[in-house]
Design a protein around this ligand. Structure first.
Ligand code: UDP
Ligand code: MG
Length: 318
């Protein structure tokens, strides 16, 4: 039976939460193995993202005591998304399914059962979606929800209120492995892979120890990365703006003619006014046109797979 589960957990300075997280997930795994839902070769993989504290030492100790724990140590801090990707791609050939989650247990581990059930029902990707955001501050909720809306309006395909808590099958991971881009925004890329998918909903808890590794500055950078790595629509907006302003200059021209015939003229006023709008509009328009090409180059350099084949029906020997 194909049921080897790997749980992948990126960790950055998480010494305060790691022992408890390891204990709780270990218990969960034991129950799943006992109920024969997953293979006993399943693992919990901690990815140490260049922590400055004792995180890696703790991971090594866990691995020594209990072989269900595995560890991947990155050479330096590369950020949450890269750490997660490193973990997922490292285990993609050994695992039949992977679940990614944060080290702080904010994501409810009790929905793992439901995720696995949905996997066996034929889904390749099962997204963990937060049902409410009551534990968030107003600020966090507002910024996070606006982020999903704006990114999607700009051409992203984000699953609303889904972060990086998800189950992926082996072939979905292989699909992900074909995206070679460096500017990586996992939760935007994964819906692009395709394959049957489903969601499970859960309530997110507070971080039980330690501090968030995402201060406002990192969060804004993350949101910016999300928009600019997924879409070149902002460039098109410049083109649109340039076009709009150029149209305004034409209206200005008409307006000054009308004023002229009504005898309300100030010498030199019309030419300056029209030039300002016309030149402004043309500059923006040209920038937009250049931008369109830059955007094309940008997408080309990402070398994204143009398609992923799900199945090929073909009888070779007739
Ligand atoms: N993380 C990481 N590298 C970083 C920052 C964060 O691997 O540079 C990990 C962190 O250890 C945690 C997860 O990413 O497992 C999410 O971070 P956090 O819980 O601080 O984010 P929040 O829940 O506050 O958005
Ligand atoms: Mg967290």
């Amino acid at each position: 039976m194909k049921n080897i589960l790997y749980i992948v957990i990126p960790c950055y300075n998480e010494e305060e939460v790691l022992p408890e997280t390891a204990k709780r997930i270990r218990e969960k795994m034991s129950i799943l193995i006992l109920n024969e839902k997953i293979s006993k070769n399943s693992r919990i993989v901690f990815v140490n993202d260049g922590s400055k504290d004792n995180t890696w030492k703790l991971i090594c100790e866990l691995h020594k005591k209990d072989s269900i724990f595995s560890g991947i140590n990155l050479s330096r801090n590369k950020g949450h998304q890269n750490a997660l990707l490193a973990g997922l791609l490292t285990v993609k050939d050994i695992a039949d399914m992977t679940i990614s989650m944060d080290a702080d247990l904010q994501d409810d581990i009790n929905v793992i059962d439901e995720m696995i059930d949905k996997f066996f029902m034929g889904n390749d990707i099962v997204y963990g979606v937060r049902s409410k955001r009551e534990t968030d501050t107003f600020m966090k909720r507002f910024t996070a929800e606006s982020f999903y809306r704006i990114t999607n309006a700009l051409g992203g395909e984000l699953i609303f209120n889904h972060a990086d808590y998800r189950l992926m099958s082996k072939r979905a991971l292989e699909g992900l492995g074909q995206y070679n881009e460096v500017n990586l925004f996992l939760r935007g890329i994964i819906p692009m892979i395709g394959y049957p998918s489903d969601i499970v909903t859960y309530e997110r808890n507070e971080r039980f120890a330690g501090k968030s590794k995402y201060p406002l500055k990192k969060m804004l950078a993350f949101a910016m990365e999300g928009v600019t790595s997924l879409s070149t629509k902002p460039i098109r907006m410049i083109t649109g703006l340039g076009f709009g302003i150029f149209i305004i200059s034409i209206f200005m021209l008409l307006y000054t003619f009308i004023q002229y015939f009504r005898g309300l003229t100030v010498i030199g006023w019309s030419s300056i006014l029209i030039s300002i709008w016309a030149i402004g509009g043309l500059i923006l328009l040209s920038l937009g046109v250049i931008g369109e090409y830059v955007g094309k180059i940008y997408l080309e350099t990402k070398e994204r797979p143009r398609y992923i084949i799900e199945s090929f029906l073909n009888d070779l020997n007739l």
